[in-house]
Every structure is written in C-alpha cells, then in structure tokens.
Design a protein around this ligand. Structure first.
Ligand SMILES: NC(=O)c1ccc[n+]([C@@H]2O[C@H](COP(=O)([O-])OP(=O)(O)OC[C@H]3O[C@@H](n4cnc5c(N)ncnc54)[C@H](O)[C@@H]3O)[C@@H](O)[C@H]2O)c1
Length: 248
C-alpha cells in the first residue's frame, strides 16, 4: 500500500538540525515547508516538494499567513517541527542583561506559542497531527552559566506536556526531543566569551557524552521522523532524549 504523502512544517529550517530534518522528510516523499530567518543553506535541496519562507517566527501575522497559505494549497498540515532556537554564551547571572533574558525567552519560547497556536486549528479540523519541539538535555542536565537558555528549554518541555493533555481529545500528539551537544554551528555559541571553541568542543562537550561523540543532526532527524510517524501513534507528552547518554 502506498504511504500517504504528508505535509510537514519545519522552523529553524536553515539550521543544522532543521536542514537534516528536511532532508529526511523529503527522502520519505513528504512535502516540506521550511521557515527561517535565512533559508540560503537549503538552496541545494531545491525541489517541488520543498517550499521555503524567510520569516522571523516572532512575527505572528507573518507566520499565520504562511500556515494559511500552506493549508489552502495542500488541504492538510500533518506535522509541525519547532527546530529553531538560539544559544546563550555561558555567562554568570549577574552579567546577564534583561535584554538577553528576554531575547532567549522570546525566540526559544514565545515562538513555540506562535507556531503551535497557528497550526492547531488546521490539525483539529482533520483530527490528526503531530507537533515535535526540539528542546535540550540541558533542561534536565544543566551546565553553569546557561541559566536563561536552560529555563527556556524547560519551558518548552512544560509547554509540550500542557498541550499534550489539552490536545489529546482531538487526536493531536505533542512531544519534545532533548538533544545532547550536537555538531552544528550553534554548539560554539555556548562557550564563554574568549574560550577556545575547538578545544572546548573536545574537552567539554564530547567528553560529557557517555557514547563518546557529538549528536549528529541526522540523529535528531531520525527521532523526529519517529515522533511524526504512525509508529508513535500512542506517544504523546513525552520527551525523547537523543543525547548519547549525556542526561544520565
Ligand atoms: N546544537 C546543539 O548543541 C543543541 C543541543 C541541544 C538543543 N539544541 C536545540 O536544537 C535546535 C536546533 O539547533 P541547531 O543546532 O540546528 O542550531 P542552528 O543555529 O544551526 O539553527 C537554528 C536556526 O534557527 C533559526 N532562527 C533563530 N531565530 C529565529 C527566528 N526568530 N525566526 C526564524 N528562524 C530563527 C536560525 O536562523 C537558525 O537557522 C534549537 O532549538 C537548539 O536550541 C541544540
């Protein structure tokens, strides 16, 4: 039996994980809609099944308009993957400005409210949908100096659980993934100002993973595929750790 083609929206589409998620969804034959501040990194994936929008996801009206267009065009939105995010450079709390706190909360948390609120009506209409949010293992296994980032990822996990119970009667599933330190450009942004990035990658990040390597974006793409699929049809409100054991 032919597998039905799904329509999947991915935020943070131009980032390390976002691109890997998109590649895997396209390989599965799905239609993918990618949103990011810049989608230049996706130019090599150009094909009819991929539609990209350069959008600041904090601009609610713009997001609503894109989702409306997607539903009008395809008549369905099966999955939303919230893969955007920003890092915090390790900083003692006394030196963290209110602007920096607000920026992290806006991008990492408010964006989830905006995209989820926008997609839920379309998913409710079809009584089917899966929402996956990329949070971070740091929410439960913190490192010093990342207090605002960690708080934002904890909020992402709680938001997921709150929505999972709210949306279960409509057959919508909502889950979180906690990646461990991952091999994308973001990793270097967690280091303290002035630190040697390559050295920190090995001595701090790789060392902290029991399975002995950084998470590859494809590891996250695989976990996303599972949570989007019918194989996970009884999985909701959960957090999947894809961290090589970092959370242990
Ligand atoms: N890399 C890691 O070590 C790591 C570990 C744990 C969790 N995470 C989380 O995984 C997710 C993906 O991270 P990544 O490693 O792919 O990082 P990345 O920096 O490669 O990608 C993040 C993307 O989000 C986009 N983005 C940021 N703000 C946006 C906005 N307002 N509107 C639209 N797009 C916006 C950026 O342009 C970027 O392309 C993030 O939520 C991150 O916090 C990353």
């Amino acid at each position: 039996m032919a597998v039905e083609q799904q329509v999947i929206i991915v935020t943070g589409a131009g980032g390390g994980m976002g691109k890997a998620i998109i590649q895997e969804q396209l390989a599965k034959g799905n239609i993918v809609v990618g949103l990011d501040l810049s989608v230049a990194s996706l130019s090599d994936l150009a094909q009819d099944a991929l539609q990209c929008f350069e959008v600041n996801v904090l601009q609610e009206e713009h997001v609503n308009e894109v989702f409306k267009q997607v539903f009008a065009k395809y008549g369905r939105i099966d999955g939303l993957v919230n893969a955007l995010g920003i890092a915090q450079a390790a900083t003692p709390i006394e030196q963290v400005s209110m602007d920096e706190w607000n920026r992290l909360m806006d991008v990492n948390v408010k964006s989830l409210f905006i995209t989820t609120k926008a997609v839920v009506p379309y998913m409710k209409e079809r009584q089917k949908g899966s929402i996956v949010t990329i949070a971070s293992i740091s929410a439960v296994r913190p490192r010093p100096g990342l207090q605002a980032y960690i708080a934002s990822k904890g909020a992402a996990e709680s938001f997921t659980r709150g929505l999972a119970i709210e949306l279960a009667p409509f057959q919508l599933r909502v889950n979180t993934i906690h990646p461990g330190p991952a091999d994308t450009q973001m990793l270097s942004q967690f280091t303290a100002q002035g630190a040697d990035i390559e050295q920190t990658k090995q001595s701090v990040f790789v060392q902290s993973v029991p399975l002995g390597r950084l998470v590859d974006p494809s590891d996250i793409a695989g976990a996303v595929s599972y949570l989007l699929s019918d194989a996970a049809s009884m999985v909701t409100g959960t957090t999947l750790h894809v961290d090589g054991g970092r959370g242990l």
